[in-house]
Design a protein around this ligand. Structure first.
Ligand code: MG
Length: 305
């Protein structure tokens, strides 16, 4: 029996596998972790995506979801999963805000968290009993007044960066200042340098600000978002999985999704939405193991197994 040749420089088109190779592919994993934005839905659900996950479950695989997007509320996620015909999606979803909560609980954290985050991450932290401080949403107009942002606050025991689209210089001053104390924990959630804005258009994400703060504070954040290995391991722990090589990670972004797979030891499947095909070909070292046009397009292929 021939084994599927998995070469990082040579991604395999799943649509082109014959039935023997397809079966070998399916035998090579027990669990599917899927990204959400750009894979399951963009503005609306990707056609056939619910049928894809139904078929994958029929084939005996477990299904979990792993997203960098802490910005959606639970209600919003539940509505999107429902529209995509995916049952219990939210219950099986891991996002950075949840990972950060679990980490803080695991170290019995009892100080305040300085949040340079989206409002929903603050809501999640607060709902688990953590004290959050944030802002200012608008910094002082004169730089001479920025001294106020250099005052320490001894209540702060952690700094969190996660998708704050209103990040500003004042918040960065505060974060850098708090991080001068080595005991202050430093977390990053989504660190995406680029995010899809519209088809064919990637724009700068908030990760660049985290990079600047890390550099200025000379601190490395505990990365609880893709492509951080710890985040991949956290998602495995939540799913009760111990062997990363039995996980197939599905995503649409090279850096975040294929990067997470590489860091954690997952197999990777890239769906070709947005700029993905060009990215896939152009990236110097990150290549997926497999690719496909979309998850819906794989349903007829899987139905033949
Ligand atoms: Mg995505």
């Amino acid at each position: 029996m021939t084994k599927i040749h998995i070469n990082v420089t040579d991604p395999v088109n799943l649509m082109s596998l014959n039935s023997t190779k397809l079966k070998e592919f399916l035998d090579s994993f027990d669990h599917v972790f899927s990204d959400c934005d750009g894979v399951i839905w963009s503005k609306v659900p990707s056609p056939g995506v619910g049928a894809f996950f139904d078929r994958i479950k029929q084939l005996g695989k477990t299904v979990h979801f792993v997203s960098n997007n802490s910005m959606r509320s639970r209600k919003n996620y539940e509505g999107l999963f429902e529209a995509a015909n995916i049952k219990n999606g939210y219950e099986n979803l891991t996002v950075p805000s949840i990972a950060i909560v679990e980490y803080l609980k695991s170290v019995n954290f009892n100080k305040a968290v300085y949040c340079v985050t989206c409002p929903e991450t603050i809501n999640v932290l607060k709902s688990h009993g953590f004290t959050c401080k944030h802002g200012p949403d608008i910094g002082a107009p004169l730089h001479s007044d920025y001294q106020q942002y250099l005052e320490d606050d001894n209540e702060i025991g952690a700094v969190v960066f996660d998708s704050d689209f209103n990040v500003n210089l004042a918040k960065m001053y505060r974060a850098i200042n708090y991080l001068q104390r080595p005991e202050v924990l430093y977390f990053s959630g989504a660190t995406d340098r680029y995010v899809p804005m519209k088809p064919g258009c990637l724009c700068l994400g908030t990760g660049i600000f985290t990079d600047i703060v890390s550099e200025e504070a000379n601190r490395e954040p505990i990365s609880l978002g893709k492509p951080g290995k710890l985040f991949g391991e956290f998602a495995m722990k939540r799913a009760g999985i111990t062997d990363p090589s039995r996980v197939l990670f599905i995503g649409d972004m090279i850096e975040q999704d294929v990067g997470l797979g590489r860091a954690t030891g997952f197999k990777t499947l890239l769906v070709l939405t947005n700029n993905t095909r060009e990215d896939m070909m152009a990236h110097p070292h990150l290549k997926p193991d497999y690719y496909a046009d979309s998850l819906g397009s794989l349903v007829p292929v899987l139905n033949k197994v």
